[in-house]
Structures are given as C-alpha cells and as structure tokens.
Design a protein around this ligand. Structure first.
Ligand code: CP3
Length: 359
C-alpha cells in the first residue's frame, strides 16, 4: 500500500493514548461527552469501605497493589471514561519533612506545621522519587489493568493548597495562619512555594513517565484569595509549575470558589480549566475563551437528590456546553460520602446517552 493512503498515525494518536477524555482535552469532537468524578473511589462506595476496614488510609496509599485495586474497582463499577490514581495530595509533604497523619473524624493533621520563616529552611527538597516510589508503581499497575478507552489521570496538590496544609497543620476555615505568613514574610512564602513547585514537578513528571496520560493539579482552597493576592502570591508559581510539566500530556487546572480567578488561572496554565458549580458553565467558558477545554460542573449535592433532578441538572449542563468540543463532565468538587452509588451510575448513564443523542 502506498504511504500516501496509509499515513502514519502521530505517536499521540495511537489507540493506547487516544480516548474520549484525551480528545476532549485537545478540544477535538468526541461524539459522547466523557465523564469521571472527583473522589470516584471513596467512602461512598461499599467496596472501598471494605478495603478500608482492613487497612489505614495512609497504608492503603502506600501499597500500590491495593491502591490500584481501589482505582480499578471504581472504574469498572461506574463505567467512567477516566481512572484517577488512588493517592492523596498530602503524601508529598512527608519526604519534605512533615509528619502527616489521617486521624479518624478529624481529617488530615500535620504535627509539625510551619510557624516561622526559619521553618522553611529546614525543609528537604524532593531530589528524587525514592520515598514516593509507591506512586509511580500504582500508576503502572493501573495502566496495565484498565482498557485503552479509559484515560489515566495522575495528580498533585497545587503549591498554594499544599502550603495551606503545611502552615495551618490541617484543614482550615479561613486560612488565617497561611495568609498571615504570606503577608508577614513574602520572601519565606516565595521560598516555600518554590520548593513545593520543584517537588511537585518531579512528582508529576514521574507519574507521566509511569503512564499517566493526563495530570490534574488540585488547587482546592485557592478560592479563599482575592484576585490581587492570587496574582501576587500564587500565579507566578503556578505558571512556573505548568511550564515544568511534561508538555506531551494535557493538564487540568482545578480549583473551587474560583469565580473571580478563572482568567488568572487560565493565564497561569493548563489545557483544561476545572469549574465548580458556583459559576454557569457557558458564561465561564465564554470568559475563558475557545483556547481551553473545561471540566465540570455539577454540584456534588445534586447526587443526594431524586433521580429526575439529577437528570434535569445533567442535561442543563450538557446544554450549556452545547456540544462544543472540549467539555469533560465532572462534579464541581468531590463526591460526598453519603452519596448513593446508584445515583452516580444514573448520572454517568444520563451524560453518555444525552450527549450521544445530541449528535
Ligand atoms: O478518587 C479520587 O479522586 C482519587 C483519590 C483522591 C483522594 N484525595 C483520596 C482520599 C484525591 C484526588 C484526593 C485529593 C485531595 N486530598 C484533595 C484535593 C481534592 C479536594 O477534595 O479538594 C484534598 C484537599 C485532599 C486532602 C484530604 N484527604 C482531606 C481534606 C481528607 C479528609 C476529608 C475526607 O474527605 O475524608 C483526605 C482523605 C481522603 N483522601 C479520603 C480519600 C478517599 C478519605 C479517607 C478515608 O478513607 O477515610
């Protein structure tokens, strides 16, 4: 056969690296809208609770065969278009020198948080992945186990969200300690952010090397900042992080409460911008422009409601996306633990069937 009628597929279009999700990231038409859900492997799922009855959360993250099993079970049970590595954004803090614990009922606790500028100097940069080798190991196992039609997402916390935990010592309502540190000692803040960016780049690129096809950066708490402070204390660091990531994979830039930050986040980087439910998807996408894809944006609480409400809201969001290439359906934040699994499956079916019939 002459070469002219059998053109070689470019490397990134091989079936193993081309699926609905990846095409949506590149803003190519997909026919059916891809969907996955943040925290799709979590406490709402009986299979996950059964595994957790036997192993503590941190141990689960550190045993790649178990972490992979949890990821793969969720994908198979739900029929989603992407698998997400089972891990946590806070794991990276341990090799940097933080003592991390997930205590029952309290969420994450860091026993030696940063209190003064000098505490930043005693942190250890992440030179290699030795202490976190279980993460790329899980990525390899998941990639080997899931179908090529399912994209594999690697992830990390964004430096601001990680710095909040590192300074607050755990979850926080107002992030007052983190903000005080940022305003009082901007040089130490920048040093901390730089160390976190460097570590996160090593961490994410190791996941790509192991087989992650998409990267999501979780800046979950960044919506607490004014646009001014985002521009001054966060955006340059995020831009440096995105510029350091392997350019062969798309990156999803996610935050919550970010209605006033979207353009600034887009300018920092990422080929897909995550939207929470506090913005209208169509208006937000208009603001962001045609140069990026969007992911979102159903309120996770809708999944606690009756089935007809779930269907109405899913269709509303698909209408707002209007069949434009580059929409990945998701919640605006993670699945709530009390969510019925059948409601999650109903959402996935509705998104697949409704978007297919819009063709
Ligand atoms: O399915 C997936 O989405 C992949 C796994 C995943 C987890 N955490 C597992 C987890 C991902 C992507 C994360 C990210 C994460 N972790 C974020 C960013 C996303 C977000 O929700 O904003 C944040 C802020 C964390 C930090 C964290 N981890 C908190 C605040 C908590 C406690 C609150 C909670 O929901 O329990 C965790 C624990 C955690 N991480 C659980 C899971 C499944 C629950 C642990 C358990 O089994 O008890």
């Amino acid at each position: 056969m002459p070469d002219s009628i059998a053109p070689e597929e470019p490397a990134n279009r091989e079936p193993s690296v081309d699926n609905l999700f990846l095409r949506a990231c590149r803003r190519e038409p997909t026919g059916v809208t891809p969907i996955w859900l943040m925290r799709q492997a979590g406490r709402y799922m009986p299979e996950y609770r059964a595994v957790r009855a036997k192993v503590a959360f941190l141990d689960l993250c550190k045993r790649p065969e178990l972490a992979a099993e949890v990821t793969v079970t969720a994908v198979e049970r739900l029929g989603v278009d992407a698998a997400i590595l089972f891990a946590d954004i806070l794991l990276i803090l341990e090799p940097l020198g933080f003592e991390l614990e997930f205590s029952k009922g309290e969420g994450p606790v860091i026993h030696n948080p940063i209190k003064i500028a000098a505490d930043v100097d005693r942190l250890r940069p992440l030179a290699n992945m030795e202490a976190l080798a279980f993460v790329p190991a899980a990525v390899r196992m998941i990639r080997a186990a899931v179908q090529p039609s399912v994209a594999l997402i690697g992830f990390a916390g964004a430096p601001f969200t990680l710095a909040c935990y590192a300074i607050e010592g755990g979850s926080s309502r107002h992030y007052d300690r983190a903000k005080t540190f940022m305003y009082r000692d901007p040089a130490a803040w920048d040093a901390l952010m730089q160390l976190l960016v460097d570590a996160t780049a090593v961490y994410l690129n190791s996941q790509v090397e192991a087989g992650a096809q998409v990267i999501q950066v979780f800046d979950s708490w960044v919506g607490t900042l004014s646009p001014h402070d985002y521009g001054r204390f966060v955006q340059p660091h995020m831009a440096r992080l995105f510029s350091r990531l392997d350019p062969s994979v798309p990156a999803v830039h996610f935050g919550t409460g970010t209605a006033s930050l979207l353009e600034l986040q887009r300018d920092a980087g990422g080929s897909v911008i995550g939207l929470d439910w506090r913005v209208e998807l169509d208006l937000a996408w208009e603001r962001l422009g045609a140069g990026v894809a969007v992911q979102g944006n159903l309120d996770p609480a809708v999944l606690l409601g009756p089935r007809p409400e779930i269907e109405i809201q899913a269709r509303r969001i698909l209408r707002q996306a209007g069949g434009r290439p580059g929409h990945i359906f998701n919640l605006g934040h993670g699945i709530l633990p009390q969510t019925p699994v059948d409601n999650v499956r109903a959402l996935i079916d509705t998104v697949h069937s409704t978007s297919a019939s819009q063709l």
